[in-house]
Each structure stands twice: as C-alpha cells, then as structure tokens.
Ligand binder design. Sequence first.
Ligand code: GAL
Length: 680
Amino acid sequence: MISTLLSQLNGPDGDSTPRLAYGADYNPEQWPREVWEEDVRLMREAGVNLVSVGIFSWARIQPARDQWDFGWLDEIMGLLHAGGIGVDLATATASPPPWLTTAHPEILPVTASGETVWPGARQHWRPTSPVFREHALRLVRTMAERYADHPALAAWHISNELGCHNIYDYSDDAARAFRDWLRDRYTTLDALNHAWGTAFWSQRYSDWEQILPPRLAASHPNPTQQLDFKRFSSDALKEYLRAERDVLREITPDVPVTTNFMVMGNTKGMNYPDWAGEIDFVSNDHYVHPGPQDRDELSFSANLTSGIASGRPWFLMEHSTSAVNWQPVNVAKRPGDLARDSLLHVAHGADAVCYFQWRQSAAGAEKYHSAMVPHAGADSEVFRAVTALGQTLKALAPVAGTEREPARVGIVYDWESWWASEQDSHPTALLDYRQEALDWYSALLALGVRADVVTTTADLDRYDLLIAPVLHVIPAPLAKELTRYAETGGHLVTTYFSGVVDENDHIWLGGHPGALRDLLGIRIEEFGPLLDGDSVDLDGAGTGTLWTDRITVTDPTVEVLAHYRTGTYAGMPAVTRRAAGQGSASYVSTRLGVDGLAGLLPELLGPAGVRSELPAEARGSVEQIVRRGPDGRFLFLVNRTDGTVPLTGLSGEVLVGDTDSEGSLVLGPRDVAVVRLPAG
Ligand code: GAL
C-alpha cells in the first residue's frame, strides 16, 4: 500500500515514478483564508507533496453535537489537490472539543492519585471510555464518508500520538477494563494470585471486583500488578486504534491507514512492536534531545523504527526544522542539521520526511516551535534550507520503496524488559534501560560497525552477533531460543540485570541470571549496585559504574575477559565468555559507558568475524547505511562530526554529495552523501 501512496505523490507534472514524501502537519484553521493560497504556493516552491490536515480540528469540524462545519476543510482539500499536494487526513479525534467534555466530564482521565485531568490542553480522554469512543467513532465515520472519494486523500492519520499524554488512566472505566483484560489473561483468580505473588503483604484477591489499577498506595504497589497495568494500558490504546481503523477500512478499504508513533527518548508506554501490525504502514515522530549522544539517539530511534516496521519502509511523520518548545531550553539547529537529521531517517528506511509543522503558529502553546515557514516568513534561512531539502529528496526518488539492508550485528530492544527493569523497589533506581542500549549503539558507531536495533520477535538468526543489554525479562521459551541461537553458531552478548525474571516478574531461582545461567556458565549470588558517582576499575576494560555482580564461574571452559581490579569484588570476574556449541555467550556485569564498550567490543566482535565496512579514515566519523531495492543499492554516508571527511575509493553514481577535483567524495561538516552503487 505504501508504494501506491508514493506513486500518487507526483504532483501535477504528470510524472508517475514513486517519490519520497515531503511535508508537514498543516493547520490552516489557525490562519485567515488569504494565507491558504500563499501556503500552497510556498509548498510547491519547497517541493512539498504531502501534508497532514485536521489533526486538532474536532472543535472546528463539529462545533456542537449535531452541527458540522466542513466548508473550510472542503476548500482546503480542494486547494491542496489543485496544487498537486496529497493529504494524509487526520480522523481529528486527538483533542475532544469543550462541548463534549462539558456534557460528558466522565471521559476525562484520572491520575494515580485520583485527580481529574481537565481540558485546557489536549488528549484529555480516557482510552477506555465508552462515551468518548462513541463520539470519536461517529466523527471518524463522518470524516471517512465525506472524504472517501476525495482525490487529495492519500492516507488516513488516526488520532495523533496515541498515549502521548493519556497512556495511564486510573479512572473507574480503566479499572473495569483492566479487570476484563486480567480475566482474559489469567482466566482464574488463582492464576492471577499466583502471577501477582499476592501471598506477599496480604494482597490475596477473592473477587475480581477487588482488583484496581495501581493507584497511589502507601508503599510500592505490587510489581506484577504494575507490569500488567503497563501491558493493559498499551493494549487499551491499541484496541482504540483498531476501533478507528475498522471504521476507516469499512468505508475506504483501499486507503492506507497509519498513526504516528513516538519512538524517541524515554517514550515507553506504548508497545509499538505490538501495535505495528495493526496499521498499513508505520509512521514515527522524532525530536532531537540536545546532548552528547543526540544524533546517535536519532539514528538509534530511526533504526529501531525500521525494526518495528519489520524492515519495510516507514514514514517520518514529524520532526522539527529547528527548535521545539517543550524542552527546558529549546536549542535552535545549526546549519546543516536540518538536512542531516532528515536524511538520517531516510537512510534508516523513512520514505517520508515530514515536520511539525508547516507554518509556525502565531498563538497557542506551540508558537515558539519551529516550522517549515517560520515567523520570519519565506525570506529566511529555515525556508531556504527547507527548499534545498525538497530538491535533495527529489533527487532521492529512486530510493523510495527500497528496504534497509540488514547488518550483521543486532541490538535487542525489548519493551517488557524496558518496563520491568525500571520498576521501583529494585537493586537500583538509577538503571536506564534505553541508555544502556544506546551506549552499545554509540560504541558500535565509534568503531564504524553497522547494527540493527531489533525486537525479540525479529529473525534473530540473521545476526552473527546479538547484543541484548539488560534483557531483564526472559520467559522460558525465549531462554530456549537464545540458547539455540548461540549453540547453532550465533554469538550472544548480554549484560547485568538480564535473565533475572520471567514474564510474571518472578525471580528465576538458584542464582542469577537464572534464565541464562547455564548458557553463560556463570552464577551470581548477589548484585552489587554502585552509588551514584562510585565506580570500579576493570583490568583492561575501562571503568564500570551503576552495577557490579558477584560472579562465580561454573563452567571451566568459561574465559574471563576482564576482572574487577577495585571495589568489593576486586579480583573476581567482570566480563566472561563461554563457547556454547558453535557459538558463544558473553556477559558484561557493569555499565562501561560508550568508551569502555568501544574498548571491549573488538574482543566481542572477533569470534563473530564482524569488522567495520568503512575505510579506516572514516571509522567513527561516518555512519554508513545501505538501502536496497530492485533497481539498485543506495549507500548513505552520514558525517557524525563537525569536521570534513574525505572518502576515497568509492565508485558509484553520487545522488547527493560533493566531490573534489579528483572526483572523490568529500563529506563536509554534518553532511550526508548518497551513492547509487554499481549492480552486483
Ligand atoms: C508532537 C505532536 C505535535 C506537536 C509536536 C511538537 O508531540 O504530535 O502535535 O505538539 O509534538 O513538538
């Protein structure tokens, strides 16, 4: 379906080749009518071919229960179509209008401490409210019926960033739905009591009605109840997503449906790998969080989005041309960042580059958020960079529809482990699941080694080396699968706090990490978390923070790759490797950080025979990704640094990039080059 969509994006020029999509959220209702025509003219100038319309338009479209106002939307759809611009039309359900919340305050979410989340911002609705659902689906149906045959309609955009503000609702609606979900999962109360370990603290339930969401409690709420509530909350929104989708599919079966995910930073409430199968193509929103690893994080998120999309092309539905408005300090992008950030997403499989938003708002909470047309107007650096990127994306049309070529290294990213490892009442509150995975990713980038970020349901056998940082939750079948992976020739690397619990968050007994103890050939009697600021030295493998383990080697064939030199466990193993069948299983018991991991990695990559594919002069400074399709392979080279990187010995057609007088490619600061590689 995505390929049909991409071939609709040719504008009025009559050209029928698929194109990368380029555009933004477009909110014409914030502007007087006379601005609309200028908008369409500037969109054409910038090369825009797709905009998302109507995302926050509910109050405008339906000003009262039985009153509809489509005139303005009809007109804007018509203007866009005449300008050759496709519409990713929102179902407009993201933010319920004041008349609805006044008539039905029972749709408002409730916090863990029982406070109502009032209207005044957006997304103030309970995912499980039957009343909200009835009104929202009526709107979806009305939209779908009205625009089903509109020539501008390219795709449906369900709601907006589902769960951004309302993933956790503790209302009575949520309590009822949570009980139904638990009945489905456990069937009997006995099974639930066992899974939740309710023998502890006198929590045994004798009736389903006694069960509540983990509302504000006197101390730590039951951990499995917390974990199940996370699972339930993700499922509840997925179920809502399905409800909107089903209405759309009934009325417009041929129009692709998407919703914008938020694979970025610490957004973890929505189990996106589990949602991805519900929509026709994956879309993601990504915003840079300034900091030392900011562009590595961008690459990591884009990479993970590709994993969630099972390697198929996806849409970058939102990012920013420059500053956002919601960080403590909203840093403007430097010259070159706009294009580099966008193209890095394309390198990882995005077939669309869209921003929030087209025209910077003059009023409202996002008036300081950058846009494609800033407050300064079209005579601005930002708009010039936007227009230049439009040209670049046109040149990259052959990339549309191609898939990312798999790497030889996989980094396993697991939502259940993310959720469970960061819960309260643990050995440390300082553990940061995503940061550990990102550090491994940065270390690989520093060595110039490509890696895919994948979920546990991916085809793991495709990877020679699998890094599973903090894979905390390991149900028995996954333990078996990882053992089989290693024994049949894969090389598994895992870290501290992995394999400690099963799917009920019950400890695998007999010494940690119970699920992987035999495979790793080690046994841990006690965890040794470190206080913030404390560290331990390892012989030959840098410095550890956050965590240490008291490790006993149980299999004489285990090789100790590094010992602790200082700290409570001085002299004991810190990093181990066991040859398992045809492969191996390694364990890293402390947090080494990017530099420490980059130092250790060559040792871990060795047995898998993985090496950098980059020339020596580019290692560390360049990220390399390949996209592949029936008409060729496309090599993306991204300069991660603020310096110039010359690249020699490359042959192919340079689609994007600068060459020197000898014809060699030169990557300027933060530049991206794209080369179509010769066949074969
Ligand atoms: C997203 C949202 C947009 C806009 C943007 C600002 O979370 O979908 O509507 O608010 O952030 O960065």
